[in-house]
Design a protein around this ligand. Sequence first.
Ligand SMILES: *Cc1c(COP(=O)(O)O)cnc(C)c1O
Length: 398
Amino acid sequence: MTHSTPMIPVAKPVLDEREVEAVRRVVLSGWVTQGPEVAAFENEFAAFVDAPHACAVSNCTTALHLALKAVGVGPGDEVITVSHSFIATANAIQYCGGVPVFIDIEAGGYNIDADLIETAITPQTKAILCVHQLGMPCDLKRIVEIGKRHAIPVIEDAACATGSEILWDGRWEKIGKPHGDIACFSFHPRKVVTTGDGGMLTTANAEYDRKFRLWRQHGMSVPDTVRHGSKEVIFEGYPEIGYNYRMTDLQAAIGREQLKRLPDLISRRRKLARQYSEHLDAMGLEAPSEPEWARSNWQSYCVELPASFDQRTTMQALLNAGVSTRRGVMNTHLEEAYMGKGLHRAATSLVRSEVAQRSTLILPLFAQMTDADLSFVVSALRDIFAPAARSAKELVSS
Ligand SMILES: *Cc1c(COP(=O)(O)O)cnc(C)c1O
């Protein structure tokens, strides 16, 4: 054999000449920072999710920071969230001086256990920050009801959930249509659509949207785009401290092309996920599943390993077979940045979160994945997990 083993990556952004052309247009326009392309991307994103306002920022972490700040999270305030998420979720709370209050994930999934939220509420609770983990919608309806009952704002970390859908009063709606107070999205290449780096905030609250626009640009009262087009001299003011959290027009132009692709990307991803699930069922493995009120964009396809399989050993065996995987979602409370530092509070046991981190793996799933790629991965899985292979392994290890 002269060719080497193919390596199936775990994810891959879809980018081609269309994005190149979009960037070319912006470069040659001479306006490359936040400007008309950002405004157009915001309008198109708002229309896509059906939100009155969408504000683009540099990434989802900065979006989360501004969202928490907008609902008034400040020093000592508590925000109920999950440890079982990318560390940015909790870090954004730290940026406001707030305290992440961690509760566990649900049984049989990787999202916040809505049943535990009320036990974590204290007079210091300033927000609930729920995560649509791996693109799977969390139980937003229940969470919003709890938030309303206690007058606590709900912020959605929708970093992974661009294009995911939830059934709301009998209609399928995109995540980002405001039911919670603010939703935050990511356009990192590991997500379903990308701008290199990038983020978006959607809300129905015009005052929040006004603040996001002020804060993302140093708190500047008159944006440069307005001054640039004015026939009169304008001096801007700085009524409060802001940040440089802008998205550039180069990124937004790419985002606009990505948004056009999104429906096709999601339908391909959903088809691949269905095929994986059928094969996993046949191997006796538990496939991840959607509640009947949710449609995932399958940003990640995460599988629970049978108890007898070690995570690292299994991932290495798959890597040796040419299949790249990742471990499941991390736990913030187990990282050195948080552990023993007094920066967070655990309001419940986090045992499900911890088990999920060490007993799951994320399989390759990307829109360009061919049926042959999928068969290749499935056959590598079958070599490890099929009942015959499994009993042989268990014999060896006993
Ligand atoms: C990726 C991710 C983020 C951070 O997004 P960036 O755009 O990289 O800042 C936040 N939360 C979750 C759940 C994520 O998966």
